[in-house]
Ligand binder design. Sequence first.
Ligand code: GH3
Ligand code: MG
Ligand code: MG
Length: 334
Amino acid sequence: MNNESDRAEPAAPRPELELSLLLGGVAGAAPRRVRLLVVDDQPVNVQALYQVFAADYQVLMATSGRQALDLCRSKPPDLVLLDVVMPDMDGHALCRELKADPQTRDIPVIFVTSHSDSASEEQGLAAGAVDFIAKPINPAIVRARVKTHVTLKLQSDFLRQLAFIDGLTGVANRRHFDARLRDEARRAARNGSALSLVLLDVDHFKHFNDRYGHQAGDDCLRRLALTLRQGLQRPGDVLARYGGEEFVVLLPETELDGALQLCEILRQRVAGLAIEHSASRLKEKVVTLSMGVACASGGGPRDGQELLALADRQLYAAKGAGRAQALGARLVPQ
Ligand code: GH3
Ligand code: MG
Ligand code: MG
């Protein structure tokens, strides 16, 4: 969460601060500066817009449609200021391409144009632009329009993100996890790399709720989620709430021994929390997890569900072997 001093910033907050405020409540979302892309075949026009925005935004620049398209894919901006008349690919064509690609279609485009007749405006809107700004630019107007559209973009990014976040714990939800599992299984097949998956289930959690109440149970799940997230070792690792009192971790490019090492780190971290569980049937009266690990090496699983099913069987075995432990297996290629 953001602290009060963030909220007490001057009346006109800087855009990057607004972004961090918007995303600040979402666990794992790293705040970053808002990014604009200015596209014009005349470098002097690019410079003029750069001067207007450099203090408040990260400004990327392109002098051709092609270059702009490449930038939109490699370093997606939050808004594009786009010249209409350019050699090769003109502004309308670029805008249509951006809107046709799911990866770039949510980036708002504002045309900056000296053709302010209604036919040209109609054409721009049909190509998917959100607004028009007349050349020569008036800095105050450009700033205000950009601020409005950037704010709308950040709000819709935030709402889109919410659809993939678990409301109780703030980590990714099952929907997000399912999509990542599909992607990572494909990537592992393409690169011939290993992929591991860990299912984690709280031991005797029903007794925990019965003893301490559902609220305390929810609190416990939140603390576990935070601790597990802090225990992940690589930026590509994915933690999600799989449902109820179960979490799942996806570990790209990780062999079975690496996955089991991570389980040990997570076990120690959860033990470090020492959340009292006097109703546990285990000897230690603290909250513990059982973990089931599945690994597909040398090209990943044929599909992610197979990996999940194996992890589930290992989890079941870990429960049967006394809980509070991790068991793992390799997926045998057929
Ligand atoms: P085991 O060690 O075999 O996993 O036992 P368990 O009691 O953890 O497993 P079981 O599947 O019998 O019960 C899971 C319990 O988890 C049921 C429910 O009380 C609790 N639970 C599931 N989701 C939530 C939740 O969102 N909040 C709270 N507080 N409890 C939940
Ligand atoms: Mg369970
Ligand atoms: Mg359980």
